[in-house]
Write a protein that binds this ligand. Structure first.
Ligand code: 5AD
Ligand code: SF4
Length: 450
């Protein structure tokens, strides 16, 4: 393979990189960490793949047509540029993990194939690729976490990966095959890393994991949250994504007792029909899911809920689908993500009978999304009149405006002279839009009244 896949001048060290993220939050986080790794090697980020010497395509298998998108990007990137050069192409992420061998055969232009459990080796793999194609899609028993450099932070809010992988084997999902079994980072390491983030100005930490509430790194997730809450200067804690099966009493109690734990929970149910949930191997029923939510609401009455839904799972009838619509109404979700079921080769659902026709899936998705949109607007409206804090995270479109998040993860635009990113501003919610709320800072309001 040597020579055939070399870039324009293989003796030159690559200078600029571009990482393209295709998927979920975990995938975006991994992209940032790969960027950090390459920056630590002295490379700089390029805004566009056209200006980069190394292009990382960080694929996500959960998204539809993931492999096709990868191949079409590779096709574009391997065309020589005006100066005859072409970038070093890295296929990373879950598609690389699951289909690495196929990519190696189908796309000779790819220089490096690296799975999500090996990307800490990216600099070495790039070095190796200057001689010959480099592939690392092993699933090492030792997690990659320790090998990663400390996260570079510029924002008020940071992600901290505490757990990876999944043992649940939902019949539609490829994650257990691509990300491997559930592994947790030791709590002591996480607490040290969190203190470092706070020392650099981070006010909010979102604990990240494919099954974050299955965390078991010496402490359980509730224990970790309580320890984090003791860090001075850390104002807010969130976690995502959770599985209903792991929503234990201790974690529910933490929602009642830990002020810094924000009143928001992403708890995917996937479908409203217990019959379909069984076929999905979700290990919860509609009833047990609703019972967990009732306990959570008893612990934290204002908790905002969000979820994921799949429509058109094999065998889903109109009556099953209507149960998904009714659960959205019953739960009153603040937000939700919905997907058409899409076959993932190698998963049990791929070969189930009664696959639902595409036009039926389309129609169900539209109906579901209309109900979700109504519910999330209703949720935003229900918060009008509340006084709360907004953590300012980024500049707004107009001068003097900053955009931040309420405790319930609503986007809020704040106009307050002198306010800056990282500030926690007390506001009154005065208006609601489908995807954000309108706020008035308490200090301006009281200033006006005086
Ligand atoms: N088809 C459609 N949606 C899927 N998801 C995972 N796998 C599939 C699939 N094969 C959705 C689930 C999950 C979210 C991240 O992606 O709803 O919670
Ligand atoms: Fe996939 Fe289910 Fe694991 Fe979530 S819990 S990552 S949907 S197998």
């Amino acid at each position: 393979m040597a020579g055939a896949v070399s870039t324009n001048d293989p003796t030159q060290t690559p200078k600029r990189f571009h990482v393209k993220s295709f998927g979920c939050q975990m995938n975006v986080y991994d992209s940032e960490r790969m960027g950090d790794l390459l920056s630590a090697e002295g490379m700089t980020a390029a805004d566009s793949p056209d200006d980069a010497d190394v292009v990382v395509l960080n694929t996500c298998h959960i998204r539809e047509k993931a492999a096709e998108k990868l191949y079409s990007d590779i096709g574009r990137l391997r065309q020589p540029r005006a100066d005859g050069s072409r970038p070093t192409i890295v296929a990373a992420g879950c598609v690389a993990q699951a289909e690495g061998a196929e990519i190696a055969v189908r796309a000779p232009a790819v220089d490096v194939i690296v799975g999500p459990l090996a990307y800490h080796r990216l600099p070495q793999l790039l070095e190796q690729a200057r001689q010959q194609r480099a592939i690392d899609i092993d699933m090492p028993p030792v997690p990659k976490f320790d090998a990663l450099p400390a996260r570079k932070v510029t924002q008020a809010s940071a992600f901290l990966t505490v757990q990876e992988g999944c043992d649940k084997f939902c019949t539609f999902c490829v994650v257990p095959y691509t990300r491997g079994p559930e592994t947790s980072r030791p709590a002591a390491d996480l607490l040290r890393e969190a203190e470092g983030l706070v020392a650099r100005g981070v006010k909010e930490i979102t604990l990240l994991g494919q099954n974050v509430n299955a965390y078991h790194g010496g402490l359980n997730l509730a224990g970790l949250i309580r320890e984090l809450a003791a860090i001075d200067g850390l104002a807010r804690i969130r976690y995502t994504t959770s599985h209903p099966r792991d929503m234990d009493d201790d974690l529910i109690r933490a929602h009642a007792e830990v002020d810094k734990l924000m009143p928001y929970l992403h708890l995917p149910v996937q479908a409203g029909s217990s019959r379909i949930l069984k076929a999905m191997n979700r290990a919860h029923t509609r009833e047990s899911y609703l019972a967990s939510l009732a306990q959570l609401r008893a612990a934290r009455p204002d908790i905002a809920l969000s979820g994921d839904f799949i429509v058109g799972f094999p065998g889903e009838t109109e009556a099953d689908f209507e149960e998904t619509l009714t659960i959205v109404r019953e739960v009153r979700y603040a937000a939700a993500f919905s997907f058409k079921y899409s076959v993932r080769p190698g998963t049990p659902a791929a070969t189930m009978a009664d696959q639902v026709p595409e036009d039926v899936k389309d129609e169900r998705l539209q109906r579901l999304q209309a109900v979700i949109a109504e519910e999330s607007l209703a949720f935003n409206r229900s918060t009008i009149g509340r006084r709360c804090t907004v953590l300012l995270e980024r500049p707004g479109r107009k001068p003097g405006q900053l955009i931040g998040k309420t405790p319930w993860l609503q986007s809020a635009i704040v106009s307050l002279p002198g306010a800056k990113i990282g500030d926690l501003v007390e506001v009154d919610i005065v208006g609601a839009m489908p995807n954000s709320v309108e706020t008035v800072p308490v200090s301006t309001r009281e200033g006006t009244a005086a």
